[in-house]
Design a protein around this ligand. Structure first.
Ligand code: ADP
Ligand code: MG
Length: 450
C-alpha cells in the first residue's frame, strides 16, 4: 500500500441540537492524503468542506470513525500540519514578524531560532520589509501572505487551506496562487501534501493533482479523481475547460433528494413521507430566479449552466442556489449540466410582475412543503397569525440551528413575494396579508401599534 500521511476511516460528524436531535453533517467517509499531492475539495456551501478539514487536522473529533496520522490514531500522534483560513485570522496586536513567530513560540522554540526562521519565510513569501508592520496596515493580499508565512514557518508536512483566496480580489488571488504553486513545485517548502478547500472550480483545476467533490445533506464524497494536466496549466486549453465543464456538471446534477420534490405527483407526496421531511430551500431570491429564467429564455430556453454562470459573471456558489430554486419550483430542469426552461418557467419569464407573482405563488404552494404548511397554519388559526417559533421547532429537527434560520429567512422572502402571507418581524409572527381596507380617518389600534 502506498504511504498515507493522513487517513480518515469511516469518519462522521454530528452536531447536537437544542432539541436533543443530532444533525449529521458528514456521512461515513474514507479519505487519504498521500505525499506529493495537492488535493482540492469542492462542494456547495454547507456540504461540510470545513468540517472535514477540521477533522483531518485533528482540530475537531469525528463523532464516529477514526483519523490516522501515519497510521497512528491522530489524537495520540505528534501531528505536523498548519491551516490557512480565508479570514487571515492574524493577531491584530502583533506585528507581522510576531504573528509569524507565534506558532514557533507556542512550540517552545527559543527566540534566536524563531527570529531566523520567521525572517527566512517572510522573505520567501515576499514580505521582506514588512516585519514591523501591523496587520491593519496591510492590504488583504499582504495579510494573506502573512497567513501563508505563519502556516509555512513550522514546515508543516501537510498544508491545509480553507478558501484561502476567496477574500482577495481576482488579480491578487491569481498572483498568490501561482506563487504558492511555484514554492510547491520547486520544493522551496518541505511541505509534502496540500489540502485545499475551495468553491472555485477553476482554482481547483489550476492547482490540484486530485479533486474531490462533496455533496450535502449529509456531506459525502460524490467523486474523487486525478487531474493529470501538465503545469503550467492554461485556462483556455480545451482539456482545461472540459474538466471545468465536467465538474460543473457533477455539481449541478440533481442529487438523491427527499421525496417531497416536484417530480412526484402532488397527491402522493405528503402521504408518502415517513415523517415530515422538508426540502432544503435554496437561498435564492425570487428576483434572481426571474432574472435567470429571462436570460435562459433569451438563450432559446436552454443553455449550459457553465456558460450561464460565465455570462452572469457568477461564481458557481452564487448561481447554483438560483438554479436549484427554479428547479424546485418546476420552472426549469437540469440534465448533465444543461438547464432547460419548462413551459411554466417560460410563461413566468414572459409575464409582467403581477402575473409573475401569481405563477410563483402557485408553484411555491405546490412544491414547497414549508410554505404550504405556513399558509395552512395561518388559515387554521382564529387570529390568522402563527409564531415563527412553531416552524423553527419543526425545522430544527432536521437542520442545524444556522440552517434553520436561513430556511425561515428564505421562506419568508418567498412567501412575501408570492403574497402568500406577511411576516411581522418585531413579533416574529406569520400573518395574513392585510387586504386594502376602505379608507378611514381614524387609524386602527393595530396601525398605532405598528
Ligand atoms: P462548508 O465548509 O462546506 O460550507 P461546513 O463544514 O462549514 O460546510 O458546514 C457543514 C454543515 O454543518 C452546515 O450545514 C453547517 O450549518 C453545519 N455546522 C457547521 N458547524 C456547526 C456547529 N458548530 N454546530 C452545528 N452545525 C454546524
Ligand atoms: Mg467552509
Amino acid at each position: 500500500m502506498p504511504e498515507t500521511i493522513i487517513r480518515a476511516e469511516r469518519v462522521e460528524k454530528y452536531y447536537a441540537q437544542p432539541s436533543e436531535n443530532r444533525i449529521q453533517v458528514i456521512a461515513p467517509t474514507d479519505l487519504s492524503i498521500v505525499p506529493g499531492e495537492i488535493v482540492a475539495v469542492l462542494g456547495p456551501s454547507g456540504s461540510g468542506k470545513s468540517t472535514l478539514l477540521r477533522m483531518l487536522t485533528g482540530l475537531s473529533r469525528p463523532s464516529a470513525g477514526q483519523v490516522y496520522w501515519h497510521e497512528a490514531p491522530i489524537s495520540n500522534a505528534q501531528i505536523n500540519v498548519s491551516i490557512v483560513f480565508q479570514s487571515f485570522a492574524l493577531f491584530p496586536w502583533l506585528t507581522v514578524q510576531e504573528n509569524v513567530e507565534a506558532p514557533l513560540k507556542a512550540r517552545g522554540m527559543e527566540p534566536g531560532e524563531r527570529r531566523k526562521r520567521a525572517l527566512k519565510i517572510l522573505d520567501t513569501v515576499g514580505l521582506d520589509g514588512f516585519q514591523a508592520a501591523y496587520p491593519k496596515e496591510l492590504s488583504g493580499g499582504m495579510r494573506q501572505r502573512v497567513g501563508f508565512a505563519r502556516a509555512l514557518v513550522v514546515e508543516p508536512e501537510v498544508l491545509f487551506m480553507d478558501e484561502p483566496f476567496s477574500a482577495l480580489d481576482v488579480l491578487t488571488a491569481e498572483n498568490l496562487r501561482s506563487e504558492l504553486l511555484e514554492l510547491w513545485q520547486n520544493k522551496t517548502i518541505p511541505t509534502r501534501a496540500i489540502f485545499l478547500v475551495t468553491h472555485n472550480i477553476e482554482e481547483a483545476v489550476l492547482l490540484a493533482d486530485r479533486i474531490i467533490v462533496l455533496g450535502r445533506n449529509p456531506g459525502h464524497v460524490r467523486t474523487d479523481f486525478k487531474v493529470t494536466l501538465q503545469h503550467p496549466r492554461d485556462r483556455k486549453a480545451t482539456a482545461f475547460t472540459q474538466l471545468v465543464d465536467y465538474i460543473y456538471k457533477v455539481l449541478t446534477q440533481p442529487e438523491a433528494k427527499p421525496p417531497a420534490l416536484p417530480q412526484t405527483p402532488e397527491g402522493k407526496r405528503v402521504r408518502d413521507q415517513r415523517q415530515m421531511h422538508y426540502q432544503m430551500l435554496p437561498h435564492a431570491r425570487p428576483g434572481g430566479i426571474a432574472g435567470l429564467l429571462e436570460l435562459l429564455l433569451d438563450h432559446n430556453g436552454k443553455d449550459d449552466i457553465y456558460r450561464l454562470a460565465d455570462d452572469l459573471a457568477f461564481e458557481i456558489d452564487d448561481l447554483l442556489p438560483i438554479v436549484d430554486a427554479a428547479q424546485l419550483l418546476g420552472f426549469l430542469t437540469v440534465n448533465e449540466g444543461d438547464a432547460a426552461i419548462t413551459p411554466k418557467g417560460a410563461e413566468f419569464a414572459n409575464s409582467e410582475i403581477l402575473r409573475q407573482k401569481e405563477l410563483f405563488r402557485t408553484a411555491a404552494v405546490e412544491n414547497v412543503l414549508l410554505l404550504r404548511q405556513i399558509v395552512r397554519a395561518i388559515e387554521a388559526k382564529s387570529d390568522h397569525t402563527v409564531a415563527e417559533d412553531f416552524f423553527h421547532d419543526l425545522l430544527d429537527e432536521q437542520f442545524s440551528e444556522e440552517e434553520t434560520v436561513l430556511q425561515l429567512e428564505t421562506a419568508i422572502n418567498w412567501g412575501r413575494y408570492a403574497e402568500l402571507f406577511d411576516f411581522d418581524a418585531s413579533r416574529r409572527r406569520f400573518m395574513q396579508i392585510e387586504k386594502l381596507a376602505p379608507e378611514s380617518d381614524t387609524p386602527s389600534a393595530e396601525e398605532i401599534d405598528a
